[in-house]
Ligand binder design. Structure first.
Ligand code: ZN
Length: 460
């Protein structure tokens, strides 16, 4: 080919790229406009949090959230809306926990950890062994027998990526009861995984046991109560604590994932999965975790529908059941999709709160991520303040079903992380903690990504 011909071809392709980029940029403008002016995520979140409230998997409230979500989806132009059966064990907290330092009138604020067994109905009164790390327990040897193990590891405030700070210590929540029981402890008290060190809210979360080792009751204590208890132990190492809680596993129940499909015109058999988990912990209202993720992804699709968009691929919205304490919904989803040999080309998950959007973590090859940084990031960065397009991990639900789909490109929506772990899994996670503008800005970012993935995933 002559040099002039090559240059002409190159300039045509540069020109075409520029035209497409301009079209995409105009589409993003429309999406943001629609989301800010007509967005419904905030109002839907209000209904979910105030009329249904918290909704742990297996509870009547979770069933209500399923039925209501389905009716919301049925109001939109999906081709198909259905429930997918999910069987799971139901854990119930029972009456409110009680805890105090014996001899003091002051209560300690605690919450049973998810999956915990109950204390005897009269409660447990025992001395306390305080450590920062489970590995420190060994030093105490036989002294642990008959005591309450208190793991009091403060949150690392220097880490801006709060999910990393959370991850640093979360295994002490899950492994703690078994480690403590091995040494003869009678209960496990765990300092909440909280980025706020100034409030008295305990944060619940899942824990577990090991077969063959006694199951002892396990509870999270608020950061300020943990500090109070630690001070009492410094003054008197024989300080006793009273703990009472009544949680229990209630057997297997049948529940559901909620699924809606919008058929693709060009590649109907190629699926883009988008969504988040509909269940929550059984305190607060499950607003940021994960009302914003479900109502946000639904509204992202509504936004594209309102703009008259016709998808190339089939877009499948999934509200997963039971991310919080078992991930049975995502496991079922993956198993069914695998059995049907489905082609899931991409997945978008929102489960990191509804704060101002910052971008996406992407599970894909480094080359693909670089391509997205070059082609997509500029569309978001200047105008919409969304600039994180980094290789990273998928959300929990996508990660679980993704084990069957190693080649699916996965996007994990990342809002600002600073305040999420102040209220994560607490009574503070309520509707009032969500800002409408931030939420709708996130909806627009997700809708924009969904549009770009649908248009360009074949080019990656
Ligand atoms: Zn969540």
């Amino acid at each position: 080919m002559k040099r002039t011909a090559l240059l002409t071809l190159l300039s045509i392709s540069t020109f075409t790229t520029a035209v497409f980029a301009q079209q995409d940029s105009m589409m993003l403008d429309k999406i943001y406009h629609e989301s800010f002016y007509q967005g419904q995520a905030y109002d839907n979140l209000h209904y979910l949090t105030k009329q249904i409230g918290h909704r742990i998997a297996g509870s009547p409230a979770a069933d209500k959230a399923v039925a209501w979500s389905k009716s919301l989806m049925e109001k939109l132009d999906f081709d198909k809306v259905y429930l997918q059966d999910v069987k799971l064990p139901y854990w119930d907290r029972g009456p409110k926990e009680k805890a105090y330092i014996v001899g003091s009138k002051e209560p300690l604020n605690i919450l049973a950890l998810g999956g915990s067994v109950a204390t005897p109905s009269k409660g447990i009164t025992a001395e306390v062994i305080e450590v920062q790390l489970l590995s420190d327990l060994k030093k105490f040897g036989d002294q642990v027998r008959g005591k309450i193990v208190f793991v009091n590891k403060p949150w690392d405030e220097s880490i801006v990526e709060t999910g990393v700070a959370y991850g640093l210590n979360s295994s002490q929540r899950s492994r703690g009861p078994a480690e403590a029981a091995k040494l003869g402890a009678v209960a496990y008290l765990f300092r909440s995984l909280s980025s706020s060190t100034t409030d008295d809210y305990p944060h619940t979360g899942g824990t577990g046991y090991v077969k063959g080792i006694d199951s002892i009751p396990a509870m999270a204590i608020s950061a300020t109560s943990a500090i109070k208890l630690s001070e009492a132990l410094k003054t008197n190492p024989h300080t006793k604590v009273y703990l009472e809680q009544h949680s229990a596993w209630k057997g297997m129940v049948q529940t559901h994932n909620v699924i809606a499909e919008w058929k693709g015109a060009e590649f109907p058999d190629k699926i883009i999965t988008i969504g988040g988990h509909i269940d929550s912990w059984d305190v607060g209202e499950g607003a940021h975790d994960n009302g914003t993720g479900t109502m946000g992804t639904l509204d992202a699709i509504r936004t594209l529908m309102a703009l008259g968009y016709k998808p190339k691929h089939t877009i499948r919205l999934v509200f997963y059941m039971n991310e919080e304490n078992g991930v049975h919904g995502a496991s079922t989803y993956g198993q069914v999709a695998k059995n049907k040999r489905e082609q899931i080309v991409a997945a978008i998950e929102s489960d990191a709160g509804g704060f101002a959007p910052r971008g996406f973590d992407i599970k894909a090859s480094a080359e693909r991520v670089v391509w997205m940084q070059q082609h997509w990031k500029p569309l978001f960065e200047q105008k919409f303040w969304v600039s994180r397009f980094l290789q990273g991990s998928p959300g929990v639900d996508s990660g679980v079903w993704g084990q069957h789909f190693p080649n699916t490109v996965m996007f994990n929506f990342r809002p600002d992380p600073h305040r999420y772990f102040d209220l994560h899994h607490t009574a503070k996670d309520v509707f009032e903690a969500v800002d409408k503008r931030e939420l709708q800005s996130g909806v627009a970012a997700i809708a924009s990504l969904l549009y770009l993935v649908d248009q360009q995933i074949e080019q990656l």
